[in-house]
Write a protein that binds this ligand. Structure first.
Ligand SMILES: Cc1ncc(COP(=O)(O)O)c(C=O)c1O
Length: 383
């Protein structure tokens, strides 16, 4: 079987394909069918915070797959209880959790919870924000390119400038169910929130009886140097959306919330696969490893090092280097696509964030030596 030919023949057409066949990963490295080694600074769009083939996650998945893979939340389960116990310690005050299977589903649930809890319909989101591709989450997403083909979307959504306190203050009235924000905007170009902005968002939402939803799907679980990126601001949201690296690479999403979310009754929302024992076992192993290996601390230290190295690259092409921890954007003065290709030719896989920002989301276990190789390749490509 010719793998590329087969995928090209049957693919939905929704993805721009790169002609590399990856078959194995370990830590921050990937290997193709010819045994060529690549450094993975995309990490499956920020999924592989723990790196590829983490032994403890692999062992948990293997073990649980021999016990029980599927079980609806109607019945109790040891692994689900263990995960509930663990995940609800991450944000003091948020001691309830809904499990689903992806980021967009976590956002979808959060939006529904906010509407039913407040009895209001309006949602405020941010310009440049990205929250997923199902119709509710897509309505909260800003970029027209993801939305136009699917309109009309869900009514009641509006967007305000990010990091602009006055704009938020003007938009949030007592008719607004929720404000949804990323603590670091990822797809929109890697823009961290000012701590003062999130603190103001917290105050404004509390004043209006509006729920504050923070989307930590990309920035969460250690990537920015803290377990959650909003923790750089010292706030407590009403609802936190988590996905990507939660189950160490298995599909899983979660919505954390506390007493400010009301009126959730049996049957109002749900998910067939949500909270299945396999994903829960993987997530317990992943969260334990994130804590035991101090991945937030590793991301803070390595991110600071990487940022310093990147800022010292002298290149007329670079407009700005920004980010938090190991969530890094290099904004260029021109389109980023040829530079991503040039990096790929040097066996570094990276991402874009919009047309002109090159994004690095490496596994948090990436080594200094691997980071140095990334910086050397970037220096060469951007010279
Ligand atoms: C901030 C944010 N929210 C939501 C999503 C959607 O997640 P998923 O692709 O798992 O549906 C993403 C995906 O990139 C994201 O970065």
């Amino acid at each position: 079987m010719d793998i590329i030919e087969t995928e090209n023949k049957h693919t939905s057409g929704l993805y721009t394909k790169q002609p590399i066949i990856f078959v194995r990963g370990q830590g921050a490295l990937l290997w193709d069918t010819d045994g060529n080694e690549y450094i993975d600074c995309a990490a499956g769009h920020g999924v592989a915070n723990l790196g590829h083939a983490h032994p403890k996650v692999a062992a948990a998945i293997a073990e649980q797959s021999t016990q029980l893979v599927t079980l609806f939340e109607t019945f109790y389960n040891d692994k689900r209880a263990a995960l509930m116990d663990k995940i609800t310690t991450l944000v003091p005050g948020l001691d309830k959790v809904f499990f689903c299977n992806s980021g967009t589903e976590a956002v979808e649930a959060a939006l529904k919870f906010a509407r039913v809890s407040t009895g209001r319909t309006n949602i405020i989101a941010a310009m440049r924000g990205f929250h997923g591709r199902t119709l509710g989450a897509l309505s909260a997403t800003y970029n027209k390119k993801y939305k136009e083909a699917f309109e009309p979307l869900v009514p009641g959504f509006s967007h305000v400038a990010y990091n602009n306190i006055a704009a938020l203050e003007g938009a949030v009235t007592d008719q607004v169910a929720a404000v949804i924000l990323e603590a670091v905007q990822g797809e929109g170009g890697v823009y961290p929130a000012d701590p003062a902005y999130l603190q103001a968002a917290r105050r404004i939402c509390t004043d209006q009886g509006t729920l504050l939803i923070i989307d930590e799907i990309q920035a969460g679980l250690g990537r920015t140097g803290k377990m959650f990126a909003f923790q750089h601001s010292g706030i407590t949201p009403d609802i936190v959306c988590i996905a990507k690296s939660l189950a160490g690479g298995l599909p899983m999403g979660a919505v954390l919330f506390g007493d400010s979310v009301k009126n959730l009754a049996p049957g109002l929302h749900g998910s067939t696969f949500g909270g299945n024992p396999l994903a829960c076992a993987a997530a317990v192993a992943a969260l334990t490893a994130i804590q035991e290996e101090d991945l937030p601390g590793q991301a803070a230290a390595k991110g600071a090092y990487l940022m310093e190295e990147l800022k010292s690259i002298e290149s007329p092409l670079i407009r700005e280097v920004r980010g938090l921890g190991l969530m890094v954007g290099i904004e260029l003065k021109q389109k980023v696509a040829p530079y991503l290709q040039a990096l790929q030719d040097r066996h570094i896989i990276a991402l874009n964030a919009g047309l002109t920002t090159l994004r690095l989301l490496p596994p948090l276990v990436i080594t200094r030596e691997q980071l140095d190789r990334v910086v050397a390749a970037l220096t060469e490509v951007l010279k």
